[in-house]
Design a protein around this ligand. Structure first.
Ligand code: NDP
Length: 329
């Protein structure tokens, strides 16, 4: 008999999440039936989507949603061998039982030296968000200028590097000087700390006096309202995230975007990465290749200990992470 630990949503978040909104539960797992396997989480992901999705999809008392890299501990399913690693969407728990249907194998060419946690970041869902958002929504072309915010995070840091590979000029904005230094290190052409500039409008203009062809927006809100005025004619805006809005209790009002959209004939498109589920393999293959070749650099912000999941989640929402925020069990 295995006892699993799991974090449940004790109370729906009001405004910014608090550690008291979570509860740690112990759960006895039953013995395996034929076709089932027992897994233990090795790395768990904390992601911004958990904040709005918990509101939309969860009840109080539910186990927190989320993805992990897990190791197979016991198997009564011939398709899965003990000791192998998989990516699972089983929420914030240390151990769980699966019938194997929703588990994702690691690519067979995953190098031994590459941390498996990258399957939750650059070579996982956030990397794919950057890949499909840039290719299919922004439709970037060589020579164009791309703006990305939350640029030092899991998605943003990949957006900038892929745009560079695609022959673009890249401008990134992030919330600390350390993050700005990181962006310059990984090849961003221009980067600035949006929290310390006296005028965001001026800083954006200085970074690219001719304006922006593409804007990969992870933040929304006031940032997007200002940036939209610096789009070039026929510019494209990929609305990937709106993290500035996730913890806001009172909905904010405009400025509104219609006038710059009309005058500059812009395209603005929201997307969710699962739209390209059928091309997941293609994206992962490309990302893994770039990582192995050293063309895409990865950074992780690792919090040790399953008991620190809520703190890690809250820290990521506050902007403590450079690169992907991960919890190591
Ligand atoms: P990150 O690793 O970028 O972590 C979140 C970052 O957001 C923080 O580090 C912080 O960086 C920034 N941030 C937090 N609060 C604010 C705020 N009020 N204003 C501006 N920036 C803020 O997370 P991800 O890379 O995983 O996600 C980035 C965005 O992409 C999120 O909005 C997320 O919801 C979205 N997303 C969308 C997907 C889709 O399919 N559409 C899939 C995956 C992610 P800083 O210090 O720079 O402020």
């Amino acid at each position: 008999m295995v006892t699993a630990k799991a974090w449940v949503l004790k109370k729906h978040f009001e405004g910014f999440p608090k550690t008291s909104d979570f509860d740690l539960k112990m759960m006895e797992l039953p013995n395996l039936k034929d076709g089932e396997l027992l897994l233990e989480s090795v790395f768990l992901s904390v992601d911004p989507y958990m904040r709005p999705y918990s509101q939309r999809d969860m009840k109080e008392g539910d186990i927190m949603i989320g993805t992990q890299v897990a190791r197979i501990v016991e198997s009564k399913n011939p398709a899965f061998t003990v000791g192998a690693f998989v990516v699972a969407r089983s929420g914030w728990r240390t151990h769980f039982i699966s019938d194997g249907k929703d588990l994702q194998h690691f690519p067979s060419n995953w190098p031994e030296s590459l941390p498996r946690s990258l399957a939750l970041g650059t070579v996982g869902m956030p990397g794919l968000t950057a890949y499909f958002g840039l290719l299919e929504v922004c439709k970037v072309k060589p020579g164009e200028t791309v703006l990305v915010n939350a640029a030092a995070g899991a998605v943003g840091s990949v957006v900038g590097q892929l745009a560079k590979i695609g022959g673009c000029k890249v401008v990134g904005c992030a919330g600390s000087d350390d993050k700005v230094a990181y962006l310059k290190k990984i090849g961003f052409d221009e980067a600035f700390n949006y929290k310390t500039v006296t005028s965001l409008d001026e800083a954006l203009r200085k970074a690219s006096p001719d304006g922006y062809d593409c804007f990969f927006d992870n933040v929304g809100g006031e940032f997007a309202s200002i940036a939209i005025n610096q789009m070039k004619k026929y510019g494209r805006i990929a609305v990937c995230g709106a993290i500035s809005q996730y913890n806001v209790s009172v909905p904010q009002k405009g400025p509104y975007m219609q006038v710059p959209m009309i005058f500059q004939e812009l395209q603005m498109k929201g997307f969710i990465v699962t739209r390209w589920n059928n091309r997941w393999e293609e994206g992962l293959k490309a990302l893994l290749k770039w990582v192995v070749e050293g063309k895409v650099k990865c950074h992780e912000h690792v919090t040790e200990g399953f008991e620190n999941m809520p703190t890690a989640f809250i820290g990521m929402l506050k902007g403590e992470n450079i690169g992907k925020a991960i919890v190591k069990v």
